[in-house]
Design a protein around this ligand. Structure first.
Ligand code: PLP
Length: 386
């Protein structure tokens, strides 16, 4: 199996699985219980919180564990708006956020808030003029992802923060770092940062929101007061312990992994472009600066093909890729990201996303190029399969 859909999810580290089994079968106490097994479970959470805080490296703040990245985004957005609604009515985000952010914004629009969706260009780079015009002194929240999940484009997160200061926006700044955490260094100026466990070789169903010290956020999941009242509900101890370890392991090998992914990505670009009628939709330069591409993603249009057919042809060869983001693949219609980038419906149809992780090897690359070339040529020769 050659797994090239690491932006959708990743293979879990073996060490993480082993640790999780311990907290499922042996130290399975409720972390709120007063007796020893409860205290042991609580210790595991405390340790994971420290591991995640260190791995994030964002300075003074708290980590609150959630059930996924989506929940952390919801907590950040609804929590911020609930706290700050007296100060204004405007929310600024981008047109290419993950649905975990966009759907919250749509709900807030229905509730009467004004939401500005900032545009992007053909490589998913944010229109900074539009951003500057969108932020004003009534802006109570700016939510801008660090790295786009479909193209890998690095967004101008530092610039957005600076604009909030410049325009005297009274709001909070949230950034969804689900795709950048463990891949490139994180931006330092945010108030709220979302991360997710299963994108960094940790368990599915784990996420976290980092909240800068001194920020007042209103919880929306109420109950027993776990996570210092920010997120009630008995914690997923084994998942949290696994997430903490995965964060530590991913960040410790981040630079080496990024170098390898960069080489894989470059080799694929060269192999794919030699096929002709191919458009690379991700930014070409890899790096952590605004407008660059995170090394983990490569988005490509193979013109005069259908991505879905290519995907299933490759699947028969044991190669797994995606036609867009897995999180939106169960929704009808074409990718909102590729649409916002101005791709034609036909080009969107012929688009695949390749996304890399630490278990990919350079040796796999030649086989991928060969099989993709065969699938593309076959499709082009035989014409539409419809
Ligand atoms: N944000 C981004 C940018 C993502 O790519 C994803 C998942 O693909 C999420 C949020 C949601 O994370 P989770 O799957 O943990 O809910």
């Amino acid at each position: 199996m050659i797994y090239l859909d690491n932006s959708a999810t990743t293979k879990q580290y073996h060490e993480v699985t082993e640790l999780m089994v311990r907290y499922m079968e042996e130290d399975f106490g409720n972390p709120s219980a007063l007796y020893q097994p409860g205290v042991d479970a609580e210790k595991a959470i405390k340790n994971a919180r420290r591991q995640l805080k260190d791995a994030l490296g964002l300075g003074e703040g708290d980590v609150y564990f959630t059930s996924c990245g989506t929940e952390a985004d919801n907590l950040a957005i609804f929590g911020a708006v609930r706290s700050l609604r007296r100060l204004g009515n405007r929310i600024v985000t981008s047109a290419v956020e993950h649905p975990a952010v966009l759907e919250c914004c749509k709900r807030l629009e229905q509730d009467g808030f004004e939401v500005i969706y900032v545009d992007v260009d053909s490589r998913c780079r944010l229109d900074e003029h539009h951003l500057a015009g969108a932020i004003n002194d009534k802006t109570i929240l700016v939510s801008l992802m660090h790295v786009n999940n479909e193209t890998g484009t690095v967004m101008p997160v530092d610039k957005a923060r600076a604009l909030m200061n410049e325009k005297k926006a009274p709001g909070l700044f949230h950034t969804d770092c689900v795709q950048s955490f463990g891949k490139i260094s994180l931006p330092k100026g945010a108030d709220l940062v979302t991360v997710s466990g299963h994108k960094i070789h940790g368990p599915k169903g784990t996420g976290a929101l980092w909240v800068k010290k001194g920020i007042n956020l209103q919880p929306y999941l109420l109950g027993g007061g776990q996570e210092s009242g920010m997120r009630s509900g008995t914690q997923n101890v084994s998942g949290i312990a696994g997430f903490g370890l995965a964060a530590e392991m991913s960040v410790s090998s981040m630079d080496v992994d990024a170098e390898k992914m960069k080489e894989i990505r470059q080799r694929l670009i060269e192999g794919f472009t030699s096929l002709g009628d191919v458009v690379i939709n991700s930014p070409e330069i890899v790096g952590d600066q605004t407008g660059n591409c995170c090394p983990s993603v490569l988005n490509v249009t193979f013109r005069k093909t259908r991505g879905e057919v290519l995907l299933h042809t490759l699947e028969q060869d044991g190669i797994y890729v995606s036609t867009g983001s897995a999180c939106s693949s169960n929704k009808k219609g074409q990718s909102h990201v590729l649409k916002a980038m101005g791709l034609s419906p036909k080009d969107i149809e012929g688009t695949l996303r390749f996304s890399f992780g630490r278990f990919n090897t350079l040796e796999e690359t030649d086989e991928v190029i060969e099989k993709v070339a065969a699938a593309v040529n076959r499709f082009r020769k035989l014409g539409s399969f419809r």
